[in-house]
Ligand binder design. Sequence first.
Ligand SMILES: *Cc1c(COP(=O)(O)O)cnc(C)c1O
Length: 426
Amino acid sequence: MSNYKNETKCIQSGYQPENGEARIVPIYQSTTFKYNSSEQMGRLFDLEESGYFYTRLQNPTNDAVAAKICDLEGGVAAMLTSSGQAANFYAIMNIVQAGDHIVCASALYGGTYNLYAHTIRKMGVEATFVDPDCTKEELEAAFQENTKAVFGETIANPALVVLDFEKFAEAAHAHGVPFIVDNTFATPINCRPFEWGADIVTHSTTKYMDGHASCVGGAIVDSGNFDWDAHADKFPGLTTPDETYHGIVYTERFGKGAYITKATAQLMRDLGSIQAPQNAFLLNLGLETLHLRVERHCANAVAAAKYLQNHEKVAWVNCPSLPGDKYYDLAQKYMPDGSCGVITFGLKGGRDAAVRMMDSLKMIAIVTHVADARSCVLHPASHTHRQMNDQELKEAGVQPDLIRFSVGIEHIDDIIADLAQALEEV
Ligand SMILES: *Cc1c(COP(=O)(O)O)cnc(C)c1O
């Protein structure tokens, strides 16, 4: 499928039925798979033969959907996880151990920040956070002897910072470590990080990929471009024998599939954050219209941002695809067809006005979600960050008046009419 355009891959990739088989990917609602010979089952356990034997490791529905996401990103191997959090956890844990270190862009999804700043720290892995707009010298200064990866988000949630891929990729590769990108907000429809030097891509499929707010899920995709053997001393987990599989060496046995095979064979085996096949089926339905929805989300977001920008009660608007935005040039470089459907804005009346406006919305709902078909808003100062006072909010990079607006795919006239009537109430 790799020669097709992404619009075609959304529909066609991942599953091609044989004569007389189900037209769309079946849900393999089975924990296990049957074999006639005990010897063959043994070979599967030794990774000597590939095949399904237990759904915690692999399931045909999940694999078909992972293959579609892999194709969309232009990778060589991919896996689904139970959530975006699990994807970002596995993506790092697959190549680090206690005593190691990672470098992260500081504008991150709150859950990812907690995961890297606190949870993996308890496991002995330290993270240094750098301003994504830092100079090359500042980025360079964040690296240590024990640095094993560089991480950032294509478009940060909710800061809407566009990552300068080339700067981060160059620094990662100069230090012999992979560059990992969470591409959730842009999706492979708008941006393919592998074309800009990323080695591994992660997703919260919960967002645009599912697109209907039906299933929490995640994915990891490997470009196959990072040469683990060239930096073998840094990545012993991939380049030295795994005693839990009779001493196989992942890079020797699986070549470009080494990273995903190890994440499946070790992390999924031991930690078990598997996506339910039923959810993978629903995710696949979402993927079939990803290209259409993303286009409409982005067009509506730019139109809504323009409307807000010209409104007398609005103080500021962030939308990377809006001319004049701080990240407009980077967005044009890395995602010229569109960025994402999420925008942020603040009102001249500040925090109180934000609350009043949100309470006055009729169609646009207040929910803790982004990137599904329905327009929705969230006020971090009142919701996700409500325990902080205004000073603490500023330090956390969340302005007290910031409204996060996930622009849906309703008709733009109805979206703007709802904004207009709510702004009247302020
Ligand atoms: C939502 C989100 C996550 C976490 O994903 P879940 O599916 O909610 O676990 C990670 N990264 C980004 C950019 C997100 O928006």
